[in-house]
Design a binder for this molecule. Structure first.
Ligand code: F6P
Length: 326
């Protein structure tokens, strides 16, 4: 018979994402509503290993829905990859009588949850918290919308100076393996071209676009570069343009600015829905799954699929971004 869930723990792990606080708040408030005790684990799996855990009351999550970052802190844990580390984490959970965990993070977080739940009898629910939007089983991840809005705002400013000086700008956005931030930023700012990690982007193609642009008397261009594209980042592309085509470009790397800041309304609502449903799912016995929102409804995905299946880049959006930029 399954153990009745009375005490749960919540933690954030991997790269932080705006909206993680809103998700934690929703977990704590929903659990409180159902008379469950909630514990916060500080510093992700590292905190679980080191016993960095304490009780969270409903009032402890007041005044955080609008805050970026994660008050629970986060980390990428090497120790949790080891059996010894996971055994120590289990001891922490047992010492606090934790019946189930809610893990908010990305692929690495889900992998940790999957491996842990294969050995230990404490169920997990995963919530997709990453700016990259690269999690299978959800249309959007918590933090993606905010990150794109940050990049768009930065590019709107770059547009002013690019236009004034008739310059070419290469703007690098985050995304080591996923081009969602780049693609959406490119579309949202009318960029001339977007480099993604998922597809081949020969430099010659960009050079053709720039030539076309100049034939049309377009005097400035903004190009978005996902950090993980095949040519390297914006600095590497600028060097290739100069060395091979004698084209000058200014480089802006938006970097970790995209990870911070107050979450957009979209991310706050998404995070709240997911946090609320994480507790409902635990109480209904639907465990060891990652939750997502697909076509506006909550969907569970088994950890294996959420980790291993790829959400592919939307080909139609890709084609559209090229057509609209011409
Ligand atoms: O996974 C989110 C992300 O922001 C990626 O887009 C980026 O490549 C990576 O994290 C950077 O990680 P870190 O902050 O650990 O350098």
């Amino acid at each position: 018979m399954k153990k009745e869930i009375k005490r749960i723990a919540v933690f954030t792990s991997g790269g932080d994402a705006p909206g993680m606080n809103a998700a934690t708040r929703a977990v704590v408030r929903t659990a409180g509503y159902h008379n469950l005790h909630v514990y916060g684990i500080y510093g992700g799996y590292e905190g679980m290993i080191n016993g960095n855990i304490s009780r969270l009351e409903k009032g402890d999550v007041a005044n955080i829905i609008h805050q970026g970052g994660t008050f629970l802190k986060t980390a990428r844990s090497e120790a949790f990859r080891t059996e010894e580390g996971r055994a120590m984490a289990y001891e922490t959970l047992v010492a606090h009588d934790i019946d189930a965990c809610v893990a908010i993070g990305g692929n690495g977080t889900y992998t940790g949850a999957k491996v842990f739940t294969e050995t230990y009898d404490i169920p997990f629910i995963g919530l997709p918290g990453t700016i990259d939007n690269d999690i299978y089983g959800t249309d959007h991840t918590i933090g993606f919308d905010t990150a794109v809005n940050t990049a768009v705002e930065a590019m709107d400013k770059i547009r002013d100076t690019a236009d004034s000086h008739n310059r070419l700008f290469l703007v690098e956005v985050m995304g080591r393996h996923a081009g969602y931030i780049a693609l959406h930023t490119g579309i949202g700012t009318g960029a001339s071209y977007t480099f993604l990690p998922e597809i081949e982007n020969p430099i010659d193609h960009l050079v053709e676009i720039l030539k076309k642009s100049s034939r049309r008397n377009k005097l400035f261009n903004m190009v978005v570069v996902a950090e993980g594209n095949e040519n390297g980042g914006a600095m590497a592309i600028s060097k290739l343009l100069k060395d091979e085509h004698n084209i000058d470009a200014k480089v802006t790397i938006i970097g970790h600015l995209q990870r911070g800041g107050s979450p957009t309304a979209f991310d706050r609502v998404l995070a709240s829905r997911l946090g609320y449903n994480a507790v409902k799912s635990l109480l209904a016995g639907k465990v060891n799954v990652a939750l997502g929102v697909v076509n506006d409804s909550i969907q569970p995905t088994i950890f294996d699929d959420a980790i291993n299946k790829r959400k592919s880049i939307n080909e139609d959006l890709l084609e559209m971004s090229e057509i609209l930029s011409l």
